[in-house]
Write a protein that binds this ligand. Structure first.
Ligand SMILES: [Zn+2]
Length: 398
């Protein structure tokens, strides 16, 4: 057994900040002992044979959880450029993305769409130590109407019966989550932004089929009607939610539907308009989406929608190494740095159903050492001093 003790630091998670000594045995947190600054009690834990790490007042936070990534995408200007890429080259890209993510302090990712079982296999490759990376949850292929958004890497299905079969195929392959497209994309040329795709009947069949394995469901939804359709069907999380209005936000709050905003995705496009490699029509649609997005945050925060952090990493100029910058965007849109931390740790972990996201005994030893307090300075996440994923220091992972 390998035991690590983290001493002299400030533990900071969704439960707040406190001076504490943290003991890790193998891949688990086993003790979090508050330090009494008068007596020094709690600072004296010294398990046999433990490797002791003196944090000297640094901050110990949970590793980040990104609820929406695409491991096989390269963050190039046009994701469709990969349509003809071989499974092997997409897999190499995934390997690189996994390493970039975990080095940035991301210890869990959820892949919401990849062909050929790439992300499901990545889950096993990380778990057995073949490649370095965050723990992976994966949907397999996303369920999409014939010709719908992202169909090139999705499982096309039409009508409730076919959707049910498509879901069962993903569950059979070992999916941790079922992902579907409830609307079109913002960036599909010629398409109406965020028009409904899967119908209410199809969405209801999808949620029902997923319930057999008790896995969460995730719906890509930009347009208002598509969001409402997804929530009414009982979807666990709305991804993007760009055109969420007051009514849609209230529906989500009432149903307990999570919102995964993926601000990095639309910012990746709009903020890189000058790079000249993204088509002009796409930038224009992105700019329109951005205006609606600011309003979506106002509605969501007013209604009390639960936000879980996700980036859509892999889409244009949206790199795995930059995942922590999503927290800065969440703060720009009105969350406090502490709320951004909660969205990116506890809430995202709860959405995925993983035993992580806080620093407490029994949870996975997914830890990030930061030199500044992330509930005070959201940019503290940019340069983690150290990352521990399931008890292993990231530099020694592979
Ligand atoms: Zn996506």
């Amino acid at each position: 057994m390998t035991t690590h003790v983290f001493r002299g630091g400030v533990v900071v998670d969704a439960d707040g900040a406190r001076e504490a000594t943290v003991v890790v045995e193998d891949d688990r947190i086993t003790q979090v002992a508050p330090v009494d600054s008068d007596t020094g009690h709690g600072d004296d834990l010294d398990p046999d044979g433990a490797e002791v790490h003196h944090l000297d007042g640094a901050y110990l936070a949970p590793g980040l959880v990104d609820a929406h990534v695409h491991l096989m995408m390269d963050a190039g200007p046009d994701p469709a450029a990969n349509v003809d890429a071989s499974t092997a080259s997409l897999t190499y890209q995934a390997t690189r993305n996994l390493r970039d993510a975990v080095e940035a302090g991301v210890t869990t990712v959820r892949d919401l769409g990849a062909p050929d079982g790439i992300a499901l296999d990545a889950r096993a490759a990380v778990a057995d130590g073949t490649v370095a990376g965050p723990r992976v949850h994966a949907c397999g292929q996303n369920v999409v109407m014939t010709g719908g958004h992202g169909h090139w890497f999705g499982r096309e299905a039409d009508g409730p019966a076919e959707v049910r079969k498509a879901v069962r195929e993903q569950l059979k392959a070992g999916a941790d989550v079922v992902k579907c497209m409830a609307t079109g994309g913002v960036l599909t040329e010629g398409a109406q932004t965020g028009a409904p795709e899967l119908t209410p009947d199809e969405l209801a069949a999808l949620v029902d089929a997923a319930s057999a394995k008790n896995v969460p469901t995730a719906a890509h939804a930009h347009g208002t009607r598509g969001i409402e359709n997804a929530v009414a069907a009982g979807i666990t999380s709305v991804e993007h939610g760009t055109y969420m209005d007051e009514n849609a936000a209230q529906m989500m709050a009432d149903a307990g539907t999570y919102w995964v905003p993926t601000a990095s995705a639309v910012h990746g496009i709009v903020d890189n308009a000058d790079a000249g490699t993204i088509p002009e029509w796409a930038v224009e649609k992105g700019e329109h989406a951005l205006e609606a997005f600011a309003e979506a945050f106002e509605h969501a925060l007013a209604a009390g929608v639960t936000v879980a952090m996700g980036t859509d990493a892999g889409t244009p100029y949206n790199r795995f190494a930059d995942i922590p910058q999503e927290l800065e965007l969440l703060v720009e849109y009105g969350l406090t740095p502490a709320e951004a931390l909660t969205a990116a740790t506890r809430n995202a972990a709860d959405l995925l159903g993983v035993d992580a996201g806080r620093i407490a005994p029994g949870l996975a030893a997914d830890l990030v050492v930061l030199s500044a307090d992330p509930t005070d300075d959201v940019t503290a996440w940019r340069h983690p001093d150290r990352v521990v994923a399931r008890g292993r220091f990231v530099s020694n992972m592979a």
